[in-house]
Design a protein around this ligand. Structure first.
Ligand SMILES: Cc1ncc(COP(=O)(O)O)c(C=O)c1O
Length: 457
């Protein structure tokens, strides 16, 4: 029998996270204060995040200890298995070896609890009573709801309206874990009311939901905000994916030529890729590919610029690839990939040619998801189908070229709560959106006057 799964024991779990900020060829540029436009200090983040997480956000320590309490909770599903996709390889007739790290085995069904557990823990230690957040598809909101329940914290989630309507079951998961979930934009906040006054039928965006969550979090000292992607500390927490994968690939006697992850804010991709990116920085030849939707082409068509993380411009400004904080993507089903910005660390590594961004059409991703489900069995989250579509492209390219490439991708979550999206696909209701340049130019006008990072594009 051929080996299909590479499984580590709890004893083999990494005890430290990897922080790529210690090894960046070009250091990431600092966040700027939203009011002054000057580099933001730790105290500028203090109204929204606890100091222990702010310290991680700016840390350049290569290795950061994972607290025992966090490891104990992660051990509910970690280490996650690494699979060899024998059946997919056969279905494609490719000489490529395809491996995937299965992050869908967490109770919430995705990679998001890797950072949600850590963030809930650090907030608890810092005395936070309530965490407020936003969510796109509901994966992050459900992960944080569960994590808050574990550590006895209250949790409030603003969920992008289009996803709130598409995905009632994620809302119910949040409720099951004790959180309160509201569709965003809402009438509960000034930000939400101002957005609705302009556009009563607004489908919402992650940028808008972040504005609502931050507005509520800063009103009370014992409340804090949490972000499920984009920020440096999130990338650090997710590195456990890649650190485990490295051990598992070694068990398989393999090393990846190609690494692939879907990228919304960049966290599952970075989690798998960053430990390997260090090898690439040190001279290894690896093609590290971040995949986004063509309808929200932040990395492939957005400039590298300073921009706000949210629509109402309350967050610090980050140097990142962005489509502008007022950009509202088409209501595609991969809600977690509908974000106007990209993690500053991922953005910087794109500029340094360590990461190669690509974009794919929505219908191609569902087609790929079906090929995967009908060979490997697992039904993937729509976000994850972006990684699968690119994996299939790379495997077919290897077939054409007659090359025995090793491909490793991150299976970031299951799609069992996303079956309505599959239904839309089956009924031929899903459209592909080629975003007109004028729409991007219009959204970018809003950031034209902002300070520019040194490597602005
Ligand atoms: C299953 C899944 N994959 C990928 C993403 C994209 O987020 P990130 O780029 O932070 O990994 C999300 C976001 O919600 C998700 O739920």
């Amino acid at each position: 029998m051929k080996a299909t799964k590479y499984v580590l024991t709890e004893k083999d779990m990494p005890k430290k996270w990897y922080n790529i900020m210690a090894d960046m060829p070009t250091p990431a540029e600092p966040a700027l204060h939203p009011g002054t436009g000057q580099p933001a200090g730790p105290e500028d983040f203090a109204p929204i995040f606890p100091m222990n997480l702010i310290e991680q956000e700016v840390s350049t320590e290569r290795w950061i200890d994972i607290p025992d309490e966090v490891l104990q909770k992660l051990a509910i599903w970690r280490p996650s298995p690494l699979f060899r996709a024998h059946a997919l390889e056969k279905a494609l007739g490719t000489p490529a070896k395809i491996f995937y790290k299965n992050e869908g085995v967490s109770p919430a069904g995705s990679h998001k609890p890797n950072t949600a557990i850590a963030q809930a823990y650090y907030n608890k230690v810092a005395g936070t009573k309530k965490i407020i957040t936003e969510t796109g598809a509901g994966q992050w909101g459900s992960a944080l709801s569960m994590s808050c329940a574990f550590f006895g914290l209250e949790c409030k989630v603003y969920m992008v309206k289009i996803s709130y309507n598409h995905k009632p079951y994620r809302r119910l998961m949040m409720q099951t874990w004790g959180a309160d979930c509201t569709a965003s934009p809402s009438n509960e906040t000034e930000s939400g009311r101002s957005i609705l006054a302009n556009d009563p039928d607004c489908p919402g965006s992650l940028g808008m939901a972040i504005s609502e969550a931050v507005e509520v979090a800063v009103q009370d000292e014992t409340s804090k905000y949490a972000l499920g992607s984009v920020l440096n500390h999130v990338m650090i927490h997710q590195s456990i994916i890649g650190l485990e994968a490295m051990k598992q690939m070694e068990m398989a006697g393999a090393y990846p030529d190609v690494i692939i992850g879907s990228a919304g804010g960049g966290s599952n991709f970075a989690g798998l890729a960053f430990p390997y990116a260090l090898d690439k920085i040190n001279g290894k030849d690896i093609d590290i590919i971040a995949v986004e939707p063509k309808s929200c082409p932040t990395m492939t068509r957005g400039p590298f610029a300073y921009d706000f993380g949210d629509t109402v411009q309350k967050t610090p400004m980050l140097a990142m690839h962005t489509l502008g904080h007022n950009f509202v993507p088409e209501p595609i089903h991969a809600g977690g990939l509908r974000y106007h910005g990209m993690a500053p660390l991922v953005s910087q590594l794109i500029l340094d040619d360590i990461i190669r961004p690509v974009s794919v059409h929505q219908t191609d991703t569902f087609k790929a998801g079906l090929t995967f489900a009908r060979s490997e069995g697992f039904i993937s989250a729509p976000e994850c189908n972006h990684a699968i579509a690119t994996t299939i492209n790379e495997a077919l390219k290897a077939k054409e070229e007659g090359k025995e490439k090793t491909i490793l991708f991150n299976w970031s979550g299951h799609g069992l709560v996303d079956l309505a999206a599959y239904d839309s696909y089956f009924q031929g209701k899903l459209a592909d959106h080629d975003l007109p340049q004028e729409q991007i130019d219009a959204a970018l006008k809003d950031i034209a006057s902002y300070p520019k990072p040194k490597q602005a594009t």
